[in-house]
Design a protein around this ligand. Structure first.
Ligand SMILES: *[C@@H]1O[C@H](CO)[C@@H](O)[C@H](O)[C@H]1NC(C)=O
Ligand SMILES: *[C@@H]1O[C@H](CO)[C@@H](O)[C@H](O)[C@H]1NC(C)=O
Ligand SMILES: *[C@@H]1O[C@H](CO)[C@@H](O)[C@H](O)[C@H]1NC(C)=O
Ligand SMILES: *[C@@H]1O[C@H](CO)[C@@H](O)[C@H](O)[C@H]1NC(C)=O
Ligand SMILES: *[C@@H]1O[C@H](CO)[C@@H](O)[C@H](O)[C@H]1NC(C)=O
Length: 491
């Protein structure tokens, strides 16, 4: 019956903007696990706890006891094994001081061997016997109190208390003398009860500490591609309310294994959580637009936003002949020359999210190069301001997107071939943006951003909600039992 929060993971953030001595660090990806999400994980963990308790061996119990007419009898129960356990109901409740899980109506069946011996009154003759016994333990309640905190960027899960209490025990012996039955009950009832309580609390304690190690072993970076990772370091306090558990992670892109400077992202301190329209979803993940802007800055710095276009669907645009009527002086100076287009973003694309749309502003310079023998001759450069809007979706556990052109503007930056008539060039630019730039951007966006979800869990029926400067993902999760990766770590 251990913990749930596993779903969450990590991400982190570092930018404090120009932190005006704000003590709190801003988290750019946050996660909220709702009561339904906690129930889901609790059920998973209760099932796991049950299967780990079945076939649990308890230590032998032995005892000397006085039986009327027989005198001192030595009794021993050995090979005590829990072979079945049922949990009638279980509840998980987050609260300010932690998370409590109560399992009630727990019953279990044990099998064991009994053995006794005693000396007779007459002479040194020893009498002994042995057989099997079945014990049913009923109406047990198990209660765990867990603490969950941020410890240096990882989740720290502590078992603060574990109580279990047995209400009723019934013992059935196979064979044995009639005095034995009452004798065993009198002598061992309490011991069996507390042996079961001890074994279960010990097992759960171990399970919790394994789960804690698992949480601490989760990497603080989630790889996105060869060049970048998402920093999923947990920041600030874990937010425990009466019906949810929340975390914040840094959430910004960082260069793989080479800590790169991330430019300061000015941050509007809007801390309002995303409101899911469907409150029964298990999980809400909120990503600040700063996450996307950190990716944009990182790829820009890594010089990924510069490329030479020498293949396009309309190949006529890569020969001066195709520009004959658009830029006559180009054709005149370089008749029937092949061309390249050198597209280079002049600043990182800026992502802006409102409750209407996810938008991106791109500033690019498009240099027209003429190819002459082995020479590349730049002839003119046009600055483009592209406004696109995105459709955000979930694919597996990735946030993916596609963008389409909303608007664009252009101006001549420089020219070696005299003035250009921009209104004539505009349709050609539109074609280039639609057939070269957008497909290129979309092929990257379709790979998407992996959301920090623990291995084995998959988002299900996710819904995307846009709000001012944030993207919210409200989702259920499913768990692949066949994917043992997660559960093998606990218990
Ligand atoms: C990741 O985020 C944490 C917390 O904000 C920060 O301390 C750490 O420096 C970040 N890591 C990198 C590589 O930027
Ligand atoms: C285990 O105990 C339950 C009662 O708690 C009883 O109904 C059930 O038959 C027992 N199962 C076995 C296999 O003995
Ligand atoms: C980064 O990691 C890759 C693969 O793990 C490795 O090949 C490369 O050498 C590392 N670079 C640095 C600077 O550590
Ligand atoms: C809300 O989500 C739950 C669980 O995903 C689903 O069963 C239910 O149909 C949804 N309700 C609405 C109104 O979409
Ligand atoms: C492409 O254009 C940029 C300026 O817009 C320039 O810095 C870069 O050198 C050009 N690249 C090539 C290969 O010509």
């Amino acid at each position: 019956m251990p913990p749930f929060f596993l779903l969450l993971l990590f991400a982190s953030s570092l930018i404090h903007g120009h932190a005006q001595s704000l003590p709190e660090t801003q988290g750019f990806i946050s996660m909220l696990i709702t009561q339904n999400g906690l129930d889901f994980v609790k059920d998973l963990l209760v099932r796991k706890a049950i299967s780990s308790i079945v076939s649990l061996h308890l230590p032998n119990i032995e005892k000397g006891t006085k039986i009327p007419f027989l005198g001192n009898v030595y009794l021993m129960l050995s090979d005590i094994t829990i072979y079945q356990i049922d949990v009638a109901s279980s509840v998980v409740k987050p609260g300010e001081s932690g998370i409590s899980i109560v399992a009630s109506g727990v019953s279990c069946n044990l099998s064991m061997n009994w053995y006794y011996d005693y000396s007779t009154w007459i002479g040194p003759v020893k009498v002994s016997d042995q057989g099997l016994a079945h014990v049913q333990v009923e109406g047990m309640e198990v209660e765990l109190s867990l603490g969950l905190e941020n410890q240096e960027g990882s989740l720290d899960l502590k078992l603060k208390n574990c109580d279990s209490s047995v209400k009723d025990i019934s013992i059935k012996l196979d064979g044995g003398a009639s005095w034995l039955y009452q004798g065993v009950i009198d002598a061992f009832e309490g011991n069996i009860g507390s042996a079961v309580e001890n074994a279960i609390t010990k097992k759960l304690g171990k399970g919790i500490s394994k789960l804690d190690s698992y949480l601490k072993s989760l990497p603080k970076e989630v790889p996105v591609d060869d060049h970048s990772s998402l920093n999923v370091t947990i920041i600030n306090d874990v937010l425990l309310s009466e019906s949810s558990v929340g975390f914040e992670t840094n959430g910004l892109f960082i260069q793989r294994n080479d800590s790169v400077h991330i430019p300061n992202l000015l941050h509007k301190n809007s801390k309002l959580p995303i409101l899911c329209t469907n409150s029964s979803k298990m999980l809400a993940i909120t990503l600040d637009e700063a996450v996307f802007n950190s990716a944009s800055a990182l790829y820009y710095d890594a010089k990924f936003m510069h490329w030479i276009v020498d293949q396009i669907p309309d190949q006529s645009l890569l020969n001066t002949a195709g520009w004959r009527f658009i830029i006559p002086q180009l054709y005149k100076k370089y008749p029937n020359h092949r061309m390249n287009l050198n597209i280079s973003l002049s600043s990182p694309p800026v992502v802006e999210i409102s409750n209407q749309k996810a938008g991106v502003h791109v500033f690019a310079d498009l240099t027209i190069d003429v190819l002459e023998e082995n020479e590349v001759i730049p002839v003119a450069c046009i600055s483009l301001m592209i406004q696109a809007s995105g459709l955000v979706k979930i694919n597996g556990n990735n946030l993916v997107g596609t963008i389409r052109l909303d608007d664009f503007g252009m101006s001549l930056k420089w020219s070696n071939i005299g003035n250009l008539r921009m209104f004539l060039i505009q349709p050609a630019m539109w074609t280039i943006i639609e057939t070269v730039f957008l497909p290129y951007a979309n092929s990257h966006l379709s790979k998407g951003l992996p959301l920090p979800i623990i291995h084995g869990f998959t988002l299900q029926d996710a819904e995307i909600i846009l709000s001012t400067s944030k993207v919210g993902v409200c989702s259920d999760v499913s768990f692949a039992e066949s994917n043992k990766h997660f559960l093998q770590f606990i218990m």
